[in-house]
Design a protein around this ligand. Structure first.
Ligand SMILES: C[S@@+](CC[C@H](N)C(=O)[O-])C[C@H]1O[C@@H](n2cnc3c(N)ncnc32)[C@H](O)[C@@H]1O
Length: 191
């Protein structure tokens, strides 16, 4: 029987606003600085601009990006992008959904995972349908990160304090080590 709770979508649209939210552009810069190529990347929160997928496709890195958005409006711009730019769509896939509903069985291993928006959007609306917690999402993606791979957080997030509390516990209990900061990005490596 269908429950009454509806999916907690992000009923908004985020265009590229680098001054306000530089994480995606700085992430692209970091990938290039670290010379990360041929990698599988998971990206939490694509925005409607899809800069990570576009820049990755255009810079010759051959990185493949799987993105998630909980915004129907942002997903629509992905569909348009995919139709108009098959060169981008070849290495960039985004799907619509709630990250807190992800099923580990459907996820491959990644070399790089971004969790820039950890703790920003999870509320009692996600509880209403038994969604994962922030820590469970972090643990799932830790398992889905290859040894030597990276997990990145965003210090400019409005929920960074909450994310850091989770990260501090996770760091003690998981096979990860802190690499350091790149601009606003907090970088960890899986051992
Ligand atoms: C403020 S926008 C930032 C977009 C992009 N990272 C940037 O910095 O330009 C937040 C993003 O998180 C996504 N988001 C919010 N809640 C989500 C959820 N539960 N699951 C997946 N994505 C979510 C939104 O769809 C949106 O793409």
């Amino acid at each position: 029987m269908a429950g009454e709770a509806k999916l907690h979508i992000w009923d908004a649209y985020w265009d590229l606003r680098v001054d306000e939210c530089p994480c995606d552009v700085q992430f692209c810069d970091w990938l290039e600085k670290e010379k990360i190529t041929n990698a599988a990347i998971f990206h939490f929160g694509t925005g409607g601009h899809h800069i990570v997928g576009i820049r990755t496709a255009e810079n010759g890195s051959n990185n493949a990006v799987m993105g998630i958005t909980a915004s129907p409006q942002e997903y629509e711009t992905f569909v348009q992008l995919a139709i108009e730019r098959p060169d981008v769509e070849k290495t960039y896939k985004t799907f619509f959904g709630d990250i807190y509903q992800l099923d580990a069985r459907l996820l491959p291993q990644f070399e790089v995972v971004t969790l820039f928006h950890l703790c920003e959007f999870r509320t009692e609306k996600n509880d209403a349908y038994g969604a994962l917690t922030d820590r469970q999402v972090l643990d799932m993606f830790t398992q889905k990160t290859k040894s030597g791979g990276y997990l990145l957080f965003y210090s400019g997030s409005f929920a960074y304090d909450a994310a850091l509390r989770i990260v501090a516990e996770w760091e003690k209990e998981s096979p990860v080590e802190k690499v350091g900061m790149y601009e606003t990005l907090l970088v960890y490596r899986k051992k």
